[in-house]
Design a protein around this ligand. Structure first.
Ligand SMILES: NC(=O)C1=CN([C@@H]2O[C@H](COP(=O)(O)OP(=O)(O)OC[C@H]3O[C@@H](n4cnc5c(N)ncnc54)[C@H](O)[C@@H]3O)[C@@H](O)[C@H]2O)[C@@H](O)CC1
Ligand SMILES: Nc1ncnc2c1ncn2[C@@H]1O[C@H](COP(=O)(O)OP(=O)(O)O)[C@@H](O)[C@H]1O
Ligand SMILES: [K+]
Length: 548
């Protein structure tokens, strides 16, 4: 996993760096501006005319650095600013003054943006708001932002040449939600952020409005590691006291695993488990997953989940089917085992076998059957408890969660299921965002996990995984990893099976859910468009082989 910080955590890192005397705010702002200019020059080497839009805070300060450096590089640069230097924070004010030594500042209004005497620019740099956005922009600034977003029908024109510093203004960097009324919000071609990604870059609308995201190193990492002996997440955690770490499930978790990263250690564990397939082991070493099916004609979802559990390396996978569906299952499966699970008593008896280490409950089961089986694992006092992955009909049977569920459960809701399980949290997530930082999918998933006392994986292109102790991770299937073809019937059943399979092998629920989210998307990427859910388990061996 790689680090993902909130705006407050980023501020805490910067503040501590300043206070320790290792760097000044002006140094950091200069480095930030240099990073933006380098990224611009690499992508638009021929840009001649540039408009820089500066807000009232330090994001605006970065804009003044960019304006000065581009002017020094020979560009014709025009600066529109929301505040006079005296009303800006000290570092931003200093950079505004440096700009004024050989330039002018025009008011940041739609009229000056569209001034026919200047005409069009090759590039527009959005330095209006970054991590400090605290409320929806109003007045002139809102009007400019809506124009950049295409309120006059020219959204594509701007989005092809808009470079955002830290974020397109209006994007809440904690939630990925838009704090700007109206549909026309700025969409950048390129966003340059500093030190590490912020949660808002990968959540909700962040990926859509940021375009390509470049993380520019402003020199804080060596200081954090050498002086503090921590990575950003650990440091932010340490500073904030109670805020547990947030990780981004890395696109290359095994290659980029980081021995010091507490949140990354599960990937090492997972690798070891895959690597330890040796002659001395036998099938029970890798656990036994039980997947419950629905009745006749409704066993496909569970069979998909079971195949995924087997492919991801569970030693044994058994389908538990009612008598009427046994023949259907038997005709379709080979490597899977089959047991009759007619009612709750059959399940209780099966779970008496301590070698069953994971149970997948929900896909295709029907709500009534799922409710009966849930009652067995919920109240039956089954010992030792297998990890229970509850999906689909299992989640519907669960209904609103008001009190903690037994430990060791993993809930895997999509948006609709999440709203049924946690209606108040879903309402907060969909209510208009009128202050920053806005309530985020990470906040909602963390609250859900704390309330349910178990791991919650909240699906979507931005999948969020949270544990009851507050650990959370985002898995982003966006940007270069976008797999819109994964939104296909049955894909969720495969994900539930992957989690059950990894849990059967001994991974903890949080680690299994993170790893499964990654493997699921890698399998979809490996297969490509045209994918149907059946293809996912079959694409897994290639993905696992590539991990070494
Ligand atoms: N010295 C530093 O702390 C560094 C800061 N950096 C830049 O500084 C940015 C953060 O700076 P700030 O904390 O000053 O925050 P911003 O520059 O993002 O904006 C905050 C300012 O805008 C005002 N504001 C917020 N929402 C508003 C709204 N809707 N309408 C009108 N005004 C609004 C706030 O009151 C505040 O004055 C980062 O995004 C990054 O670009 C980088 O230069 C790295 C170094
Ligand atoms: N646009 C998307 N990009 C990437 N993954 C997606 C996208 N839409 C859905 N998914 C993933 O596809 C799966 C769909 O699961 P679910 O909604 O339960 O569907 P089903 O019940 O049909 O299997 C989830 O893992 C979800 O995260
Ligand atoms: K910005």
């Amino acid at each position: 996993m790689t680090d993902l910080v909130t705006s407050a955590q980023m501020r805490a890192i910067e503040r501590t760096a300043f206070e320790s005397g290792v760097v000044t705010g002006l140094d950091l702002m200069e480095r930030a501006g240099e990073g933006v200019v380098a990224a611009i020059q690499m992508r638009w080497p021929d840009a001649q005319r540039v408009t820089v839009l500066c807000g009232p805070g330090n994001n605006g300060g970065d804009g003044f650095v960019v304006a000065r450096l581009l002017r020094e590089a020979g560009c014709a640069v025009r600066v529109l600013a929301a505040a006079v230097p005296d009303r800006m924070p000290p570092d931003a004010a200093e950079n505004a003054r440096r700009w004024l030594e050989a330039g002018v500042i025009l008011p940041l209004t739609r009229k000056t943006l569209n001034d026919p005497d200047w005409g069009r620019s090759d590039l527009y740099v959005d330095a209006i708001f970054g991590t400090g956005l605290s409320r929806p922009p109003k007045g002139d600034i809102a009007s400019v932002l809506l124009r950049l977003g295409g309120a006059s029908g020219d959204g594509e024109y701007y989005s092809n040449r808009l470079v955002a510093i830290d974020a397109p203004s209006g994007l809440c960097l904690d939630s990925g939600r838009i704090l700007l009324a109206g549909e026309s919000v700025p969409h950048a071609a390129l966003t340059v952020t500093f030190h590490c990604l912020k949660a808002g870059h990968v959540l909700s609308r962040g990926p859509e409005v940021c375009g390509e995201v470049v993380v520019h190193d402003i020199g804080l990492e060596p200081w954090l590691r050498n002086r503090k002996g921590m990575n950003s997440q650990e440091f932010a955690w340490f500073m904030a006291g109670r805020t547990p770490p947030l990780g981004l499930v890395s696109p290359l978790p095994f290659e980029r695993m980081n021995a010091d990263a507490r949140v990354g250690s599960f990937m090492i564990e997972a690798l070891n488990k895959f690597g330890r397939l040796s002659e001395e082991t036998h099938k029970y070493t890798y656990g036994h997953a039980l997947v419950l099916t629905g009745g006749m004609g409704r066993t496909g979802a569970a069979r998909l989940a079971a195949r995924a559990a087997l492919r991801v390396g569970a030693g044994l996978v058994t389908l538990g089917a009612p008598g009427g569906a046994m023949l259907e299952c038997a005709a379709q499966i080979t490597a899977l085992m089959l047991r009759r699970v007619e009612g709750g008593g059959d399940l209780a008896a099966l779970l008496g076998d301590p070698r069953i280490t994971a149970l997948c409950l929900g896909p295709g089961m029907g709500v009534e059957r799922a409710a009966e089986m849930l009652a067995v694992v919920r109240e039956g006092g089954v010992k030792p408890h297998p990890t229970v992955v509850v999906d689909a009909d299992g989640l519907t049977a669960l209904g609103p969660v008001a009190a903690p569920l037994p430990p060791g459960w993993v809930l895997t809701p999509h948006g609709g299921e999440f709203a049924r399980l946690f209606p108040d949290l879903a309402a907060k997530l969909t209510a208009p965002a009128d202050t920053g930082p806005a309530y985020s999918k990470v906040d909602a998933t963390r609250e859900a996990a704390a309330r349910a006392g178990c791991v919650v994986l909240f699906k979507g292109p931005d999948t969020v995984i949270a544990a009851p102790d507050g650990r959370a991770a985002v898995h982003a299937a966006t940007g270069a990893r976008a797999v819109p073809w994964l939104a296909t019937a049955g894909a969720g059943d495969v994900l539930a099976g992957l989690i059950a399979g990894l849990c059967a092998r001994g991974l903890g629920g949080f680690e299994a859910a993170c790893a499964a989210a990654w493997l699921h998307v890698e399998a979809a990427r490996a297969f490509g468009p045209g994918l149907i859910a059946e293809d996912l388990p079959e694409a897994l061996p290639g993905v696992l082989r590539a991990l070494g």
